[in-house]
Design a protein around this ligand. Structure first.
Ligand SMILES: NC(=O)c1ccc[n+]([C@@H]2O[C@H](COP(=O)([O-])OP(=O)(O)OC[C@H]3O[C@@H](n4cnc5c(N)ncnc54)[C@H](O)[C@@H]3O)[C@@H](O)[C@H]2O)c1
Length: 253
């Protein structure tokens, strides 16, 4: 899908990958750009791009859906929805039930809250595009980040199901699955020391990831892999699951 003249919404747009997506997509001359974040700094980000801003928590079903309906009322359409907001939590079995719920609500349920408004809207307009920022952790797991990796796998399953169920209605789905990206999420993670195995494939800039995302949407690719090795790792996993688990076990710090 080409982005020119399209009505586009991005969540988690105040910082990191969402901010880079907003900048990159703005260069494609969309008809409207609406930026959503829980952080009020989204207002100044949007102002700098002549975009609209909405401060809301995407895990708050009613408030989030109200914002999406407001955006549809204002622009008459949402053509591309970038469901990008996410949180990362390190830890294993000590992760509390409350923290599991937070990860579940932001990393999975937010996509569902949005889909409940957007799928019927896109079915009515007979077209639409959802980009879910998942993670390579949703394909290849992530040692030491149990809640993050588990909820990202759920997000991946959700994206596949939406693509399967609604493709015949003209609705496209892409998943953006990078490994490490140079954002606050990674910079603030004490759990990633300099020699962490995940650093092996490099840390991409958020701008490079946004570029790959736009390319993937232009080509209507379901799986967008900014780190090229990830495709090879998925093949290895599918080829021999037991050997793959053994290999990942060796990476446990
Ligand atoms: N940085 C990485 O290495 C990396 C790798 C793979 C996937 N991702 C995914 O990319 C997405 C963006 O991450 P990032 O690295 O840019 O992180 P970030 O922390 O730099 O930015 C995330 C943005 O989302 C917003 N946000 C968080 N919770 C929210 C909520 N409940 N409601 C609304 N907004 C909320 C934050 O305020 C922030 O502006 C996430 O889904 C993350 O899981 C990141």
């Amino acid at each position: 899908m080409k982005l020119q003249n399209k009505n586009i919404v991005i969540t988690g747009a105040a910082d990191g990958i969402g901010y880079a997506l907003a900048n990159r997509i703005n260069q494609e001359s969309p008809n409207s750009l609406s930026l959503i974040d829980i952080n009020e700094s989204v207002v100044s980000v949007a102002n700098s791009l002549h975009a609209d801003s909405y401060t809301v928590d995407v895990s708050d079903e009613n408030a989030f859906q109200e914002v999406l309906n407001q955006i549809i009322d204002k622009n008459k359409s949402i053509d591309l929805f970038c469901s990008n907001a996410g949180i990362q939590q390190f830890g294993t079995l000590e992760t509390s039930t409350d923290d599991w719920q937070k990860n579940w609500d932001v990393n999975v349920m937010s996509h569902i809250h949005a889909s409940k408004v957007l799928i019927p809207h896109m079915q009515e307009q007979k077209s639409g595009y959802l980009l879910l920022t998942v993670s390579a952790a949703g394909l290849l797991n992530m040692p030491g980040a149990l809640a993050y990796a588990t909820t990202k796998h759920a997000a991946m399953g959700l994206a596949e199901n939406l693509a399967i169920m609604y493709g015949n209605d003209g609705i496209k789905v892409s998943t953006l699955c990078p490994q490490l990206v140079d954002t606050n999420m990674v910079r603030s993670a004490k759990e990633l020391p300099e020699n962490h195995p995940l650093l092996k494939d490099g840390v991409l800039s958020a701008d490079a990831v946004a570029d790959e995302a736009v390319k993937g949407i232009n080509e209507e690719k379901f799986l967008i892999l900014p780190h090229k090795n990830v495709a090879k790792y998925i093949q290895g996993k599918a080829f021999d699951y037991d050997a793959w688990i053994e290999a990942v076990r060796k990476l446990v710090p």
